[in-house]
Design a protein around this ligand. Structure first.
Ligand code: FAD
Length: 309
């Protein structure tokens, strides 16, 4: 069995693996796609000490760093269940391929994915004007016109954030009213370079083959199709944690995030979690990596208290 088994090979899982392996304990990492969301990212400019890099390059660096240590890397492995064996102080992780792995501690770092709006143009112009993370990509649209799709808290926060950087923000909400907290809505209304369009269904993202040129939406009151010229579109209709396989075994928040305490401990003894899959706020690479380190140290702390000498 492993001392530490990590499920998920994004920044959180990679950091956990490096920290665990450096304690000289048996460490394994199973992941569906080593690198995680970073593989889908073009430019990264906010991982402190690296002024600028590209996602696939960053993912490769993560893997190289992990491979530098004695870590059992199991790539293309999808976990399907977590089973505690309290009597033996063991946790079992069952994989889709039928295999099962046993470990004294487990770190869950299965990340999350942005919900897509699934309209024509979205996939085609991803990273070419279509973005999901204002903290990451906001500065790329300095002085330009952008839309934010979604009027919940994350959409309105994104619009407020972007209004300080870009030229103009159009916030598009499907419903007849915004769903964000009143204080955020007041702040939004006070901004001179924001237009809010309610009752609007985005039907298409348009581009010139290279980059986004705008979007089309249907005015749901009149069924009229309208056009907004834009350089960027931020889709803010939710971030979905990859935790379906954990339902019923550990405590999840109402958004499906793994509930963790300040040490990354979950509701199941010996099981820790880190990164975008958890309740830790602000889903960012540097935060996920820091969290992974923390979860590994917590797992080690658990081991020295529970394992016979
Ligand atoms: P993830 O990166 O999501 O990794 C999850 C891992 O778990 C993957 O290896 C996945 O294959 C695996 N996995 C999932 N389910 C299972 C399962 N059942 N069994 C086994 N393995 C599983 N952040 C920044 O800080 N700066 C940026 O510039 C930036 N740009 C971004 C651009 C885009 C397009 C996207 C999508 C995100 C961006 N982010 C950026 C956010 C950043 O990528 C995430 O915050 C970060 O990757 C989270 O790391 P993580 O390790 O928690 O999860």
């Amino acid at each position: 069995p492993f001392d530490v088994l990590i499920v998920g090979g994004g920044p959180a899982g990679a950091a956990a693996a490096v920290y665990a392996a450096r304690k000289g304990i048996r460490t394994g990492i199973a992941s569906e796609r080593f690198g995680g969301q970073v593989l889908d990212t073009l430019g990264i400019e906010n991982f402190i000490s690296i002024k600028e890099t590209e996602g696939p390059r960053f993912a490769l660096a993560l893997e190289e760093h992990v491979r530098h240590y004695d870590v059992d890397i199991m790539n293309l492995q999808r976990a399907k269940a977590l089973v505690p064996h309290a009597d033996e102080n063991m946790v079992e992780v069952q994989l889709e391929n039928g295999a099962s792995l046993r470990s004294r501690t487990v770190i869950l770092s299965t990340g999350a994915r942005w919900r897509n709006i699934n309209v024509p143009g979205e996939q085609e112009y991803k990273n070419k004007g279509v973005a999901y993370c204002p903290h990451c990509d906001g500065p790329l649209f300095k002085g330009k016109r952008v839309a934010v799709i979604g009027g919940g808290n994350s959409g309105v926060e994104a619009a407020i954030d972007l209004a300080g950087i870009v030229g103009h923000v159009t916030l598009i909400e499907f419903d007849t009213k915004l769903r964000a907290d009143a204080v955020l809505q007041r702040k939004l209304q006070s901004l001179p370079n924001v237009t809010v369009i309610l009752n609007a269904q985005t039907t298409e993202i348009t581009g010139d083959g290279q980059k986004v040129t705008g979007l089309h939406y249907k005015d749901r009151a009149t069924d009229e199709i309208k056009q907004v010229p834009l350089e960027g579109i931020f889709v803010q209709i939710g971030l979905v944690p990859n935790t379906d396989w954990l339902k019923g075994t550990i405590e999840l928040s109402r958004y499906g995030e793994i509930v963790v305490d300040a040490k990354g401990q979950t509701s199941m003894p010996g099981v820790f979690a880190a990164g975008d899959a958890t309740t830790v706020p602000y889903k960012q690479i540097i935060i996920a990596a820091g969290d992974g380190a923390k979860a590994a140290l917590s797992a080690f702390d658990h081991l020295i208290r529970t394992t016979a000498p």
